[in-house]
Design a protein around this ligand. Sequence first.
Ligand SMILES: Cc1ncc(COP(=O)(O)O)c(C=O)c1O
Length: 407
Amino acid sequence: MSNFDINKIRADFPIFQNNKLLVYLDSAATTQKPKQVIDAVSDFYSNYNANVHRGIYELSMKATEAYHSARQKVADFINAPDWRSIVFTGGTTESINLVAYSWARKNLIKGDEILITEMEHHSNIVPWQLVAEEIGANLKYIPINTDGTLYIKNLDELINHKTKLVSVIHQSNVFGTVNPIKNIINQAKQVGAITVIDAAQSVPHDIVDVQDLDCDFLAFSGHKMLGPTGIGVLYGKTELLESMTPFMGGGDMINSVTMTESTWNDIPYKFEAGTPNIAQAIGLGAAIDYINEIGLINIHDFVKHLLNIALEKLRTMDGLTIYGHQVGKSSSVISFNLEGVHPHDLAQFLDQDGIAVRAGHHCAQPIMDKLSVSSTIRASFYLYNTEEEIDKLCASLKKTASFFSNL
Ligand SMILES: Cc1ncc(COP(=O)(O)O)c(C=O)c1O
């Protein structure tokens, strides 16, 4: 981990200079931003703000160039063979909805099956419920085990000749489980089903190679990988994107418009109606540069190291139930509950010690149902967290547990 200097990294994040006591353990919700990203966005607005693809003047050409360069950086980051595969969206949610509208609604018919898992974030459930209801397709689920893994023993039954689309979360935002998506993609391909990967939690943490996975679509969000909010990515195989109709109509996505009909621009512009999120895309490009500079593998190994330390310490605490992390591969998030303390109360007590964690259902209510809980606490880690912060979390948890046991 030669490039990994935690003090230097923390110094890059103004939020920690401006909130000296902050222990930020909610990066799975959104990450903090290094000054390199903030500066890139500010530089755009201060020095070359203009609309893209439109102006035949220097500023607009500069903005267009920077916007395009961000797209190329994204393509390289996930090893997409062609920048035209990269559609900029508002986030993972919009990316998945784009596939649901532009591919699923056009290609599925009554009786077809859509397969997802019980581990999904709501953004990979609700769009398919809407499609299934509209078309008369059937939404099926790969079940989960209570240890936070997928039950895939009968995958060959679940993926059958009726299955037309399989959409799976890569890394769980609740358990941290890293799912065997390559197996699932391979199985889906055998029946000719289209595959969609929700990579919102995996792309920030590990190498995701779309050519190696050979998935058809893959979605992720810039704000979970040091980039700005309001920018996300849909990767799609070019031949699929080319075959699809637009998601939204408006400027930039057309070739020609008459009073009676329109023709579409080339991919990826066909799916980017209106003025895109230019500053945010440039910010995402800067985030990718930052991650590359440190090394994604280094980040992965460091976060894994923190995760293991946190697990080890939390496991020794009385009354604490940790969900997942028993078998298989997992990363970056730990969900848990403390006996006798409601997660929302616990989060408030932790907040009093400056510790920011998420409490709730994490937009994954089917998981909560499976675990028979209404909510959990979730601590999530990224490259700027420290072992001392884990100690602070444990100390605050112990203090809270003792407060409640003395009531
Ligand atoms: C696994 C997963 N999928 C999808 C999303 C939705 O991402 P966004 O809100 O950026 O669209 C999240 C966000 O928490 C997530 O963790």
